[in-house]
Design a protein around this ligand. Structure first.
Ligand SMILES: Nc1ncnc2c1ncn2[C@@H]1O[C@H](COP(=O)(O)OP(=O)(O)OP(=O)(O)O)[C@@H](O)[C@H]1O
Length: 871
C-alpha cells in the first residue's frame, strides 16, 4: 500500500498483515471508537453505506479511508452484507489502556450472506440457509445449514433433485469448489450467490472427519446418512466454512437430517414458480404463502414455508395433521387462547442458538425465560385433550423448569441489552455484588453527611461538593468564605467567585467508588457468562420445544385459516382418484373486488374414466384458475391444511407438474418454444400413476399447426402411458376436443360463457363439452383495440372457420386478394402440383388426426419456403 521508500505506520502495518488473510472480504478495522476501512474496501464501503470517503496520510502515502462509529455496526453491517459483501470484523483484542505498544487486533467474525446471527440481517419468518453443492461422479451432494437456528440437512441426487432442493431452501449463499465453478453455473444458472472454496475442502475423508469431530461421534450412522458420501462432502464443507469464518461455537448444531425426495411431493422449479407458492411473477401479486400464513411465532412461520415446499405423502401423518386442525377449528375459544400463547413464545430457536454462540444478551436471556414460561399454560391447555395426536404434542412440551428458575435467580427482569448498560444481575444472587453496589450507590448519602460535617466544622454556610472530569470530586467555597478554609484542603482551581479544593477524604472516597464500579462490571460479566455456559446444557431441550411450538403454530394457523376462509376437511385416501366439489382458488378468491364472489367448480379426475380433461374456453374465462386451484387444493391437503372446497376426496398425489405454454419466460438464450418443450419433456420422462399434471396452453409458443400437433401428441402420450397420470389440459385449440371421441379417458370440459351480441359474459362455470371457438377477438375488444382492427379480425376469422369446417386438407386457406395478400403463386405453379399430389395420395379414412395435422404442417412449410423464395 505504501510507496517505495516511505515508511508505513505501525497501525497500517498491522492492518496490512490482517488484510492479506482476508483478501476477498471487506475488512472493518477497529480503531478506537471507529470501524475504519482502507483502500479499495473504503471505496466500496463509502459507495454502499453512503459515508464520507477521505484520505489518510499513511507515511507520506495517500490511502482512501472511510469509517463509522463502532456503535453503528448494527446499522451498517446488514447493509454491507445485503449488498453481497463478505465482511471481516477486526476488533481490538485488548484494552488500549493496558498496553503501551500498539493494541492487539484480530478478526473476530466473518459475516457473509449465508452465515449470520444478527437480527438485523435475518428475517423472522424465513430461514437463512448456507448451502454447499458437491459435484461427484454421476451424482451430486447438497447440504443446508442455518446457523441462526442450528438446522442442518443433507441430500443426494441428480441435477434435477439438487435444483429442486435449491428452489425449496432458497439458500443465501452456496459453497462450490473452485474447479466446479462453470459446472455449477451451467447446471443451476448464474442467479445464486456463490462462494468458490478451495478444491481440497470437498473431500470425503476430510468431511467425515470434520463432521464426526463436530458431533463428537465415531461415525455418522446415528444420523442415517452414512451412505450418502456426496451429501457428506457437502455437509463437511459447510462446517469447514463456518470455522473458517470464525464461527466456532456451534453447540446448537446438534443433528444432521437426511432429506429424501421420496418422502415429499415432487415439484420441480417450474411448478413452484407456476403455482406462485412463494413468489409471484408480477410484483403486485400475492403468493400462496401469504394467504396461508396465520402463524404467530417466527418458528411457525419458518416451518410453514418448509411444509409448503415439501408436502407429505404419508397418509397417516397427513390425517393426523387434519385431525388436529379439525379439533381446533371446532373450538374457537381454545384456538384463540393457544394462538395467543404462541404469539408470546418469541423466537426460542434463534435465542438458544445465540446461547450456543455466546452471543445472547441479558435482555434476550430474560425473553428466553419468558418464552419458556408461556409453554406452561400452553402445555396445560393441550396435554389432556381427547385428540391423541394433539395431546402427545402437548405432553412433549417441556417448559424447562430448572432453566427458567436459574435465569430468574440470576437476572433482573428488566436486564438491559448489554452488560454495563444497567444492572443485569438480580440482587440477592451474589453477596459481593450486592456489597459493591451498596458502596457505589450509598455515595450520595455519604457525601451529604460529609457536607453537613464540614459545614459545621468550618462554619462555611455555602459549601458545595461536586465532581468533574478533570480532577474528580472537589469542595467549592465562595470567595466570601475563603479565609475559613482549613489548612489541609488543597486548592485545585480558582473561579471568578469561588475556589475549588480537594481533600484526602474525598480522594479516598473517589478511589473506592471507582474501584467498586469497575468490579461491579467485571462481576456482572463473569456471572452472566457463567449463566450462559450453564444454559448450554439445555440447547437440545429448547430446540425440541421450538420444533413443537412451530408445528402447533402451523396447525393452529391452518385452523384459523379454515375458519376465516371457510375451508373444509379433505378426505384423504390411498386411491388415485381426485374428487373436488365446489373447489376454489385460495389466492384469487381473496383478491376479488368487494361484492364479487369466486365461482366454485367441481372436478373429478381418475385413472379409469376421466384421466385427461381438455378444458377449453375463451381467454380470461378462468381456465388457468381451475388448473391451479386443483393443484393448490391437493397441495394444501398434503401439507395438513383444510382446503378451499365444499368437499374433497383426494387420493395421495406424489408429483405435481405444471407447465405453462411459453409466455415471456425466455431464459438461457433458448427459444421460448424450446423452453416449453424442454419443460414438457421432463414431465413425460418422470411421471407416475399418482402424478397430477397441469398443462396450460402447451404448444402456444409455436405456429398454430405445430402447436396443435405437439399438444395433441403430448396429450395422446399421457393418455396412452401405462401410468395413466391425471391430467388437466387447458387449451385454446378447440381442435383438441376431437380427442375425446378417439380416446376413452379423455373428456372435454369448457368454462362457460354467455355470448352476447358484442360481448362475452364470463360465467366461470366448468361444464362438460368442448367449445367451438376461442374468443380472442372479444378479449381484444375488451382491451380497447380500435374498431377497424376488430372488424377486420372478425372477417378473417369467419373466412378461416369456413375453410376449416369441411375437410381442412381439401380446402386450404384462401382469402380474397384484397383481404390478405396471400396469393403469391400461380395456378400452374409446380408447388401447387406437388401439394395436390400429396393430398391425392392420402388415405383419409386411415389417417389419424395427428398425421393429418403433421401433413398440414408440412404443406405449410412448403408454402412458407415458396413465400420466402418469392419475396
Ligand atoms: N371461478 C372464478 N370466479 C371468479 N373469478 C374468476 C374465477 N376464475 C377466474 N376468475 C377471474 O378471471 C381471471 C382470469 O382467469 P384465468 O387466468 O384463469 O383465465 P384463462 O382462461 O386461463 O385466461 P387465458 O386463456 O387468457 O390465460 C382471474 O384472474 C380471476 O380474476
Amino acid at each position: 500500500m505504501a510507496a517505495k521508500g516511505k515508511k508505513t505506520t505501525p497501525l497500517m502495518m498491522q492492518y496490512n498483515g490482517i488484510k492479506v488473510k482476508y483478501p476477498d472480504a471487506l475488512l472493518l478495522f477497529r480503531v478506537g471508537d471507529f470501524y475504519e476501512t482502507f483502500g479499495a474496501d473504503a471505496e466500496k464501503a463509502a459507495g454502499i453505506l453512503d459515508i464520507v470517503l477521505t484520505q489518510r496520510n499513511n507515511g507520506g502515502d495517500q490511502t482512501a479511508l472511510a469509517g463509522f462509529p463502532h456503535h453503528a455496526l448494527n446499522t451498517y453491517l446488514p447493509k454491507l452484507v445485503k449488498a453481497g459483501q463478505r465482511v471481516a470484523i477486526c476488533d481490538q483484542l485488548e484494552d488500549p489502556k493496558q498496553t503501551k505498544t500498539i493494541v492487539k487486533r484480530g478478526v473476530t467474525e466473518l459475516v457473509t450472506p449465508g452465515v449470520s446471527l444478527s437480527d438485523e440481517l435475518l428475517q423472522a419468518k424465513a430461514n437463512n440457509f448456507l448451502a454447499a453443492v458437491h459435484f461427484g461422479a454421476g451424482r451430486l451432494g447438497i447440504s443446508f445449514l442455518d446457523i441462526s437456528t442450528g438446522e442442518f440437512f443433507l441430500a443426494e441426487g441428480d441435477q434435477t433433485d439438487i435444483d429442486k432442493w435449491l428452489q425449496n431452501f432458497e439458500p443465501k449463499e452456496i459453497l462450490v469448489s473452485k474447479k466446479h465453478r462453470t459446472d455449477f453455473k451451467e447446471a443451476f444458472g448464474a442467479s445464486h450467490h456463490c462462494f468458490f472454496s478451495e478444491d481440497w475442502i470437498f473431500q470425503e475423508d476430510y468431511s467425515r472427519e470434520t463432521l464426526t469431530g463436530h458431533f463428537n461421534t465415531s461415525s455418522l450412522k446415528g444420523f442415517g446418512v452414512e451412505d450418502l458420501s456426496m451429501g457428506i462432502i457437502a455437509a463437511g464443507a459447510v462446517i469447514h466454512y463456518l470455522k473458517e469464518t470464525q464461527h466456532r461455537q456451534l453447540g446448537h448444531i446438534t443433528s444432521l437430517r437426511r432429506l429424501s425426495s421420496a418422502d415429499y411431493v415432487w415439484m420441480d422449479r417450474f411448478t413452484i414458480q407456476n403455482l406462485e407458492l412463494f413468489q409471484t411473477r408480477d410484483q403486485r401479486g400475492v403468493p400462496l404463502l401469504n394467504v396461508l400464513d396465520k402463524t404467530r411465532s417466527p418458528m411457525g412461520g419458518r416451518l410453514l414455508r418448509r411444509w409448503l415446499a415439501m408436502p407429505l405423502k404419508q397418509l397417516d401423518t397427513i390425517r393426523e395433521r387434519h385431525k388436529i386442525v379439525g379439533y381446533f377449528k371446532e373450538r374457537d375459544s381454545l384456538l384463540e387462547i393457544v394462538r395467543e400463547h404462541l404469539g408470546r413464545t418469541g423466537d426460542l430457536e434463534r435465542l438458544i442458538a445465540k446461547v450456543a454462540a455466546g452471543k445472547i444478551t441479558p435482555r434476550e436471556t430474560v425473553h428466553l425465560k419468558n418464552a419458556l414460561e408461556t409453554l406452561i399454560p400452553l402445555k396445560g391447555r393441550i396435554s389432556e385433550v381427547a385428540e391423541p395426536a394433539l395431546a402427545r404434542l402437548g405432553k412433549a412440551i417441556n417448559p424447562c423448569d430448572a432453566l427458567r428458575e436459574r435465569i430468574k435467580a440470576v437476572l433482573l427482569e428488566e436486564a438491559p441489552a448489554g452488560i454495563g448498560k444497567g444492572d443485569s444481575i438480580a440482587p440477592g444472587f451474589s453477596e459481593e455484588l450486592d456489597e459493591l453496589r451498596g458502596l457505589a450507590r450509598s455515595g450520595k448519602a455519604y457525601l451529604d453527611q460529609m457536607l453537613e460535617r464540614e459545614t459545621k466544622r468550618t462554619g462555611i454556610t455555602s459549601l458545595k461538593i461536586a465532581s468533574n472530569n478533570v480532577f474528580g470530586y472537589y469542595i467549592e467555597v465562595r470567595n466570601t468564605h475563603k479565609d475559613k478554609v482549613p489548612e489541609e484542603w488543597i486548592r485545585k482551581q480558582t473561579l471568578v467567585n469561588a475556589e475549588r479544593y480537594i481533600t484526602e477524604e474525598l480522594k479516598e472516597y473517589e478511589a473506592k467508588i471507582l474501584g467498586a464500579e469497575e468490579r461491579i462490571l467485571e462481576l456482572e460479566q463473569q456471572l452472566f457468562n457463567q449463566l450462559v455456559v450453564w444454559m448450554q446444557e439445555y440447547i437440545r431441550d429448547v430446540q425440541e420445544n421450538a420444533r413443537l411450538v412451530a408445528q402447533l403454530d402451523c396447525l393452529c394457523g391452518f385452523a384459523q385459516l379454515s375458519r376465516e376462509c371457510d375451508y373444509s376437511a379433505p378426505a384423504m385416501t390411498d386411491a388415485t382418484d381426485l374428487k373436488i366439489i365446489g373447489g376454489r382458488h385460495p389466492v384469487i378468491e381473496r383478491q376479488l373486488p368487494p361484492g364479487e364472489a369466486y365461482i366454485p367448480n367441481d372436478l373429478i379426475l381418475n385413472r379409469e374414466e376421466q384421466q385427461l380433461i381438455v378444458i377449453t374456453g375463451p381467454n380470461m374465462s378462468g381456465k388457468s384458475a381451475i388448473l391451479r386451484q386443483t393443484a393448490l387444493i391437493v397441495l394444501l391437503a398434503q401439507i395438513g391444511s383444510y382446503v378451499p372446497a365444499e368437499a374433497a376426496i383426494l387420493g395421495i398425489v406424489d408429483k405435481i407438474f405444471t407447465r405453462v405454454g411459453a409466455s415471456d419466460n425466455i431464459s438461457l438464450g433458448e427459444s421460448t418454444f424450446m423452453v416449453e418443450m424442454n419443460e414438457a419433456a421432463s414431465i413425460l420422462n418422470n411421471l407416475s400413476d399418482r402424478s397430477l399434471i397441469l398443462l396450460d396452453e402447451i404448444g402456444r409458443g409455436t405456429s398454430t399447426y405445430d402447436g396443435i400437433s405437439i399438444a395433441w401428441a403430448i396429450a395422446e402420450y399421457l393418455h396412452e402411458h401405462p401410468a395413466r397420470p391425471k391430467t388437466l389440459f387447458a387449451t385454446h385449440y378447440h381442435e383438441l376436443n376431437e380427442m375425446a371421441s378417439l380416446f376413452p379417458r379423455v373428456k372435454n370440459f369448457n368454462v362457460a360463457v354467455k355470448e352476447g351480441k358484442e360481448k362475452v359474459l364470463f360465467l366461470r362455470k366448468l361444464e362438460p363439452g368442448g367449445s367451438h371457438h376461442s374468443f380472442g377477438i372479444h378479449v381484444a375488444r375488451m382491451a380497447g383495440m380500435p374498431n377497424p382492427v376488430i372488424q377486420k379480425a372478425e372477417k378473417i376469422l369467419k373466412q378461416l372457420e369456413k375453410s376449416h369446417s369441411g375437410d381442412a386438407l381439401e380446402a386450404p386457406v384462401t382469402l380474397e386478394k384484397d383481404e390478405m395478400q396471400l396469393s403469391f403463386f400461380q395456378l400452374d405453379d409446380p408447388l401447387l402440383e406437388q401439394i395436390r399430389d400429396e393430398i391425392l395420395h392420402l388415405d383419409i379414412d386411415r389417417l389419424t388426426p395427428v398425421e393429418a395435422l403433421m401433413k398440414l404442417n408440412e404443406i405449410k412449410r412448403l408454402l412458407k419456403a415458396k413465400k420466402s423464395l418469392g419475396s
